[in-house]
Design a protein around this ligand. Structure first.
Ligand SMILES: [Fe+2]
Length: 255
C-alpha cells in the first residue's frame, strides 16, 4: 500500500502562491509511477478556521487521481470540517463522533484512524477523555493481522523548535502512553503542524510529520519563539510504502 502524505495547506483565498503550490503538488502526485492508495492531509486544511475556504481547497484536491483523507488541525474547527466533508465530499469517511471529526478506514491489512485534536485558539490542541476512549475502542477492535496507522495533527514529542515547543499539549504524554500500550498494532503515526518533516519514534513506533504544501519552518535548535520561514526548502511531500512488517518513506521534491 502506498500512502502519500501532504500537510498544512492553510488554504487562503488571498494566497494565490499557496494555491499554485498545492496545484503543483497535485500534478506531481498524479505523475508518480506508483499509484497512491490514499493521499493523507494531516490537518490545517484552511487558514484560521475560514470555513468558506473548504470548498475551494477541495476543488484543487479533487484533481488528485487517488482518494484523499483529511484530518483537522488547529486551524480547522471540528464541526466545520465535519460539515464541509459531509456536504462536499460524499466519498470521504464520515465522522463517527458527533462533536469530533474522527473516523476509521479499513483497507486490506491496514486500519487508518483519523483523530481530531482541535481545541479553539490553542495550537497545542487537545485530546480529551471522550476522544481518547473512542480511539481505545477502535484499537481494541483490531485483529491480530491488522496494522494501524494513526493520523493526527500535532507531533507529540519535543521538536527542538522554540516556537513549536512553547505550547505542548498536556495530552501528549497520555497519547504517547496509548501508543506504548498498543505498539504491537500501531505501525505508523503520521502528523503535520511543524511544516517540516521530522522523524522519531514513540515506544518503537515511528512518528513522522509531513511537509507543509505552502511554506516551511526551520526547526533544528531554533530557540526563537516566533516562527521563522525557510524560503529555500524545496516544495516536497512524502510517500510511505506500507508493507506487512515494514514501512519505507520516500521524500519527493516537486519541480
Ligand atoms: Fe497546525
Amino acid at each position: 500500500m502506498y500512502i502519500f502524505h501532504i500537510s498544512d495547506i492553510h488554504y487562503n483565498k488571498e494566497d494565490t502562491d499557496g494555491q499554485a503550490k498545492l496545484q503543483r503538488i497535485v500534478e506531481s502526485i498524479n505523475t508518480q509511477k506508483v499509484k497512491a492508495d490514499y493521499v493523507v492531509v494531516t490537518g490545517d486544511i484552511v487558514w484560521k478556521e475560514h470555513k468558506e475556504y473548504y470548498r475551494e481547497c477541495f476543488d484543487i484536491l479533487n484533481g488528485l487521481n487517488a482518494p484523499y483523507l483529511l484530518i483537522s488541525g488547529n486551524h480547522d474547527n471540528s464541526w466545520d470540517i465535519s460539515k464541509a466533508v459531509e456536504t462536499y465530499l460524499p466519498n470521504h469517511p464520515r465522522a463517527e463522533m458527533e462533536k469530533y471529526f474522527q473516523y476509521v478506514v479499513d483497507k486490506d491489512f491496514v486500519r487508518i484512524i483519523g483523530l481530531d485534536t482541535y481545541k479553539a485558539g490553542y495550537g497545542g490542541g487537545e485530546f480529551d477523555e471522550e476522544r481518547e476512549n473512542w480511539l481505545i475502542e477502535k484499537l481494541n477492535e483490531v485483529g491480530e493481522k491488522q496494522q494501524v496507522i494513526l493520523l493526527l495533527h500535532q507531533y507529540t514529542l519535543p521538536t527542538g523548535s522554540g516556537f513549536f515547543d512553547l505550547h505542548p499539549g498536556a495530552w501528549f504524554i497520555r497519547f504517547n502512553n496509548i501508543v506504548k500500550k498498543y505498539k504491537s498494532s500501531i505501525k505508523l503515526i503520521l502528523c503535520g503542524h511543524l511544516h517540516n518533516s521530522l522523524h522519531s519514534e514513540i515506544s518503537g513506533v515511528p512518528i513522522i510529520s509531513g511537509f507543509s504544501t505552502n511554506w516551511g519552518e526551520p526547526l533544528l535548535d531554533s530557540k526563537k519563539n516566533t516562527p521563522e520561514r525557510d524560503t529555500l526548502r524545496p516544495l516536497s511531500y512524502l510517500i510511505h510504502k506500507v508493507e506487512e512488517g515494514r514501512i519505507t518513506t520516500y521524500v519527493v521534491p516537486v519541480r
